[in-house]
Design a protein around this ligand. Structure first.
Ligand code: IMP
Length: 417
């Protein structure tokens, strides 16, 4: 198996950071294809917590290259801060697509205004992600490659940014700040900006292994998620091609990451959502507070219709099941297997946010586990596999890197043992 892709199947925060870290042991490069500093990927190497927002967690293994693909929107100050938390040699292993777009202060400023003034705010991370993608698709964005062009930052950028600030109605001082930020970026990371699409093709031709990661989750996909309560990019496997310039036909295995329950941050439909003390207990047990914003996450049971939808959309080969440890000690695990609307049973996910609101979940009790290990969890895993037709290849049993069970095909090939 040469190339693998890891995607989130829920509303983000599935624990992709840890799964990427586990799978990264035997690859040559880890590649991110969309999103920006809205993501927060956490890895515990024993008890030390590492949080990365742009750079794939695979960088924490020595010797691995980390690629930030063209589908990303990059916030320079955050990226520089992130690089500073890494070992000194890491910078020379980070490659940033010249085609990735830059998130600048006017993006955050206009997003704060939009969210404050909206009758139905999205509950975004306020990192300027949506406005940066709007500039990209409006064909007026600033790209990483522009910043390293001689003369662009010094001679052209401020006028371009002032024009945007005026059009958006945000203070023009954001333009001057943007210029300073781009200068710092050029100084710190300019040498790492390159044609990453070409780099990936060369690595493929040399027989090197690539691990792709989507940020957020499928239910937040701009096209296929619970629109309009979604992010502004394509976290599903389908985003890999346009987000990297690497052919999706070359991917050998797609792993979808799902928690054993669900969470969501921000507004929008969440059919299996819990309330009251049950929700509080689950949130506390799972430490469900946003990595990027610190917001308490909404919690709910595993939602099989939503999971089936994500499984089909991503054409998955296997699941990575995470946070099983949080549910240890229960005789049974509640799982949502369908919904009812006015007494009618629905077994698939309705299309629109309006239709998704106010569904009554149908809850089944699946076998629980008293200790979190492969044997005790087998009945639950088998139930999940038969409900979806997809095998579990990775089981995460705790937050540390070492707390993981790896099944076929990763274990069978001796790649990760
Ligand atoms: P944005 O990506 O900041 O525009 O936020 C849009 C929606 O996606 C909001 O509901 C956010 O809470 C959610 N979101 C964005 N990034 C993440 C993430 O990494 N984890 C979970 N939710 C996210």
């Amino acid at each position: 198996m040469q190339h693998v892709c890891v995607v989130g199947l829920n509303w983000g925060d599935e624990g992709k950071g840890k799964i990427v870290d586990v799978l990264a042991r035997d690859v040559d490069a880890v590649v991110r294809f969309q999103g920006g500093a809205n993501a927060g990927h956490t890895v515990y190497i024993e008890d030390v917590r590492h949080v990365l927002h742009h750079i794939p967690t695979g960088i924490l293994h020595g010797g691995i290259q980390a690629v930030l693909g063209n589908g990303m929107v990059i916030e320079p100050t955050k990226l520089i801060e992130e690089v500073e938390t890494l070992p000194e040699d890491a910078i020379s292993r980070i490659w940033i697509s010249e085609r990735a777009h830059v998130v600048l202060p006017h993006h955050g400023a206009v997003e704060r205004i939009n969210e404050q003034q909206a009758s139905k705010p999205i509950g975004t991370t306020l990192r300027g992600i949506g406005p940066a993608y709007q500039d990209k698709f409006g064909r007026r964005g600033i790209r990483m490659g522009d910043i390293v062009q001689p003369g662009f930052v010094d001679d052209v950028l401020e006028d371009r940014l002032r024009e945007r600030c005026r059009a958006l109605g945000v203070p023009e001082q954001s333009a001057a700040e943007g210029v300073q930020i781009c200068k710092r970026l050029r100084e710190h990371l300019g040498s790492q900006v390159t044609d990453t699409s070409r780099l990936l093709r060369q690595m493929d031709a040399n027989g090197q292994r690539l691990l792709f990661e989507g940020a957020q989750g499928c239910m937040l996909d701009i096209d296929f998620g619970t629109y309009p309560f979604v992010t502004s990019s394509s976290p599903s496997f389908l985003g890999l091609g346009t987000g990297t310039g690497f052919s999706p036909r070359k991917i050998d295995h797609v792993v979808g990451v799902t928690k054993a329950y669900c969470t969501r941050v921000g507004e929008g439909p969440f059919p299996s959502e819990l309330a009251g003390e049950v929700a509080d207990a689950l949130r506390e047990a799972g430490g469900e507070f946003g990595t990027t914003t610190g917001r308490p996450r909404r919690v709910g049971w595993l939602d099989i219709p939503a999971l089936r939808f994500a499984t089909e959309l991503n054409d998955l080969d296997s699941y990575a099941l995470t946070k099983a440890d949080v549910l240890t000690g229960r005789d049974t695990i509640p799982v949502v297997t369908g919904y009812r609307r006015n007494g009618t049973l629905l077994e698939s996910l309705p299309f629109s946010a309006m239709e998704l609101d106010g569904l009554e979940p149908v809850v089944e009790q699946w076998p629980g586990w008293q200790t979190v290990d492969e044997v005790s969890m087998r009945p639950f895993i088998e139930r999940l596999e038969s409900a979806t037709g997809i095998p579990v290849s990775i089981l995460s049993t705790g937050k540390r890197r070492s707390e993981v069970c790896i099944f076929s095909p990763f274990r069978a090939e001796g790649e990760l043992a």
